[in-house]
Design a protein around this ligand. Structure first.
Ligand code: HAM
Length: 510
C-alpha cells in the first residue's frame, strides 16, 4: 500500500458503530416536533418528565425484565465499572465499617451482582456471628475483625457490573422506590424520552441505539379506566403527530397463579411438547425457557401450528377476565378502536393482565411502533412496596420512519430570511436586522463576507430561504429596506420598523 493510500485509509477509518447512526438536520427538526408533541400531550394528561440515567446496575434489568429474556440474556451492553476507591467509603474514621455494610449495600456502593453476592453474604454471616462486647463496643478479637474487613475490601474492589439501559421501565420503578414516591399523592405519572441500547441484528427500523418515548403510571388503583386512559393518551399523541394507519392490538395475559396464567402456561407447554418436532430451534428452546414467547414467533412454517394452540383468554381467572372485559368497555367509551390479539404476550417478563402493541405502516417486518402493558408487582420485585403499574414505550425511530413514508415527515427546511448586504454601512444595518429578526423568532442567514447581490440571491435560493432582505447603500440612505419574496420574485420596500410586522403577518401558523 502506498503512503498516500495508507493515509486515505486512515482518514476513512471512523464510522458510526454498526446499529448506531447520526440523526441529522433537517430530520432532527421532525424529531424535535415529535418530542415537543409528546411533552404537550402527556402534560395535558398530568404526566411529568423523568430523566433517569443511561446506565444502571445490570442486576436491575436482570431482575425486572427477566434473566431468560432475549433482552437480558443476549442483547445488553454490559461492562464492569471501575471499583470504588477505598477512600471513598466511610471506613476508618469510625471503625464500624462492617456495621455499615447494609447501609453501603443500600447506597449501591458494594457490587451486588451474582458473582459478589455469595461472598457478601458470607461476610455478613461471619459478622453477625462475631461475639460483640456486652457494652456494644467492638470485640477484642481484632484479628477476626481484620479478616472481615479484608474480605469486604476484596469484594468492594471488584467493581460493579453495569449495563446501558435496554429500556426504562425498570429505571422508573427504581426511581419510584429510591425517592419514596409512594408517599406522594398517587398515582405517579412519569414520562421519558431518550436512547436505549440493545445488541440486536440491525435492519430497517431496528438499531442498537434507538430512541423511546415512554410513560408509566405507578401507584394508586389498577382500575381498568387507567389502562384505557393511558392507551387513549397514546392514540391522541399518534393522532397529533399525524401518524396514519396505526392499529392498536390488545390482550390480557392474566396474572401469575395456578388458576390463571401459570395454569395456562402448563397447558401451553404440554401442547407445545406434542408438536415440538414441527417447531424451529428457537421455539423448541423456548418450550422450556419461556413457552409464552413461542406465540410471538414470526416463522412462516410455525404459523399453522401456533394457530391450533390453546388461547389464554379461555384460561384467565374470573378477576382477570372481568378486568379485561372492563378495559375493552373503557376503550369503547373513549372511542378508541382496537383489535384483540391472543398471541400478544410481549418479550419482557414483568407484564400481567393488559398488554398492547401498536403497529404502523411503512415499516416492513419491524412494524411495532409501540409496546406496553400492566406490570403490577414490579416495584415490589425491585424491593419497594406493593404497587400497581402500567405504561408503554414508543419506538421513536420507527415512528419517524412511518411519518416519513406517509409524507407527514416533511421537515420545514431552509431559512426565513437571507440578508444580502453590500458595503460597510449596510453591514451595520444587516447585523441589526439579523439580531431583531432572530429575537422575533425568524431563522436568519447573515453571510460573514460581502457578496455581489447576484451571488447572494443564488445562495439564498440554495438554502431554501423564503425571503432575501436586500441592504445596499441605497436602502441605507433612503432608510427603506428591500424585501424580495424568492418564490415569486416580488420586491417591496419597508421602513425598518415595519419589516418585522410584515414578516409576522406572512408567517403561516406552525
Ligand atoms: P418494547 O416492546 O421492548 O417495550 O419496546 C417498545 C418499542 O421500542 C417497540 O415497540 C419498538 O417500537 C421500539 N424498539 C424496541 N427495540 C428496538 C430497536 N432495536 N430498534 C428500534 N426500535 C426498537 C419496552 O421497552 C417496555 N419498557 C415498554 C413499557 C413501558 N412497558 C410498560 N411500560
Amino acid at each position: 500500500m502506498s503512503d498516500a493510500t495508507a493515509k486515505k485509509e486512515e482518514r476513512r477509518k471512523f464510522q458510526a458503530i454498526k446499529g448506531t447512526r447520526d440523526i441529522l438536520p433537517p430530520e432532527t427538526e421532525l424529531w424535535n416536533r415529535v418530542e415537543q408533541t409528546a411533552h404537550e400531550v402527556f402534560s395535558t394528561f398530568g404526566f411529568g418528565e423523568i430523566r433517569p440515567p443511561i446506565f444502571e446496575p445490570t442486576e436491575l434489568f436482570a431482575r425486572a425484565v427477566g434473566g431468560e429474556t432475549d433482552i437480558v440474556s443476549k442483547e445488553m451492553y454490559t461492562f464492569e465499572d471501575r471499583p470504588y476507591e477505598l477512600e471513598e467509603l466511610p471506613w476508618a474514621e469510625t471503625g464500624t465499617y462492617i456495621k455499615n455494610l447494609k447501609d453501603l449495600m443500600q447506597k449501591g456502593m458494594i457490587p451486588r451482582d451474582e458473582a459478589t453476592l455469595p461472598e457478601l453474604e458470607k461476610a455478613w454471616e461471619e459478622f453477625e456471628s462475631t461475639p460483640w462486647n456486652a457494652d456494644g463496643s467492638m470485640p477484642g478479637n481484632v484479628l477476626q475483625l481484620a479478616e472481615h474487613v479484608e474480605l469486604l475490601k476484596s469484594v468492594i474492589q471488584k467493581g460493579h457490573k453495569i449495563s446501558l439501559r435496554p429500556e426504562a421501565t425498570a429505571s422508573v420503578c427504581r426511581a419510584y422506590i429510591e425517592h419514596n414516591m409512594q408517599q406522594l399523592p398517587q398515582p405517579i405519572k412519569l414520562y421519558y424520552t431518550g436512547p436505549m441500547f440493545r445488541r440486536e441484528r440491525p435492519q430497517k427500523g431496528r438499531y442498537r441505539q434507538f430512541y423511546q418515548i415512554g410513560a408509566e403510571i405507578l401507584g394508586g388503583t389498577d382500575a381498568p379506566a387507567i389502562d384505557a386512559e393511558v392507551i387513549e393518551m397514546l392514540m391522541t399523541f399518534f393522532d397529533k403527530v399525524g401518524l396514519q394507519g396505526a392499529t392498536l392490538y390488545i390482550n390480557s395475559i392474566g396474572h401469575n397463579a395456578d388458576n390463571c396464567r401459570r395454569g395456562y402456561v402448563a397447558t401451553l407447554k404440554a401442547a407445545l411438547e406434542k408438536v415440538k418436532d414441527q417447531l424451529g430451534p428457537d421455539s423448541q428452546r423456548r418450550i422450556d425457557t419461556n413457552p409464552l414467547r413461542v406465540l410471538d414467533s414470526k416463522l412462516e412454517s410455525e404459523q399453522p401450528i401456533i394457530a391450533t394452540l390453546p388461547h389464554i383468554a379461555d384460561h384467565l381467572c374470573d378477576e382477570c377476565k372481568a378486568h379485561y372485559a372492563a378495559v375493552k368497555r373503557q376503550l369503547e367509551l373513549r372511542g378508541v378502536l382496537y383489535q384483540e390479539n391472543w398471541r400478544l404476550v410481549r418479550g419482557l417478563d414483568y407484564y400481567m393482565r393488559t398488554t398492547f402493541e401498536i403497529t404502523a405502516p411503512g415499516l416492513g417486518s419491524q412494524n411495532a411502533v409501540c409496546g406496553g402493558g400492566r406490570y403490577d408487582g414490579l416495584v415490589e420485585l425491585l424491593g419497594g412496596p406493593p404497587t400497581k403499574g402500567i405504561g408503554f414505550a414508543i419506538g421513536e425511530d420507527r415512528l419517524i420512519l412511518s411519518l416519513q413514508e406517509s409524507g407527514k415527515g416533511q421537515a420545514q427546511q431552509g431559512r426565513d430570511v437571507y440578508i444580502a448586504w453590500m458595503g460597510e454601512r449596510a453591514y451595520a444595518a444587516a447585523i441589526r436586522a439579523a439580531k431583531d429578526l432572530r429575537n422575533a423568532g425568524f431563522s436568519v442567514e447573515l453571510p460573514p463576507l460581502e457578496q455581489k447581490f447576484g451571488k447572494a440571491l443564488s445562495q439564498a435560493d440554495k438554502l431554501g430561504a423564503k425571503y432575501a432582505l436586500i441592504l445596499g447603500d441605497n436602502e441605507v440612505s433612503e432608510a427603506l429596506w428591500t424585501l424580495k419574496t424568492l418564490s415569486t420574485g416580488e420586491q417591496e420596500k419597508f421602513p425598518e420598523p415595519e419589516l418585522i410586522d410584515f414578516l409576522r403577518n406572512q408567517k403561516s401558523p406552525s
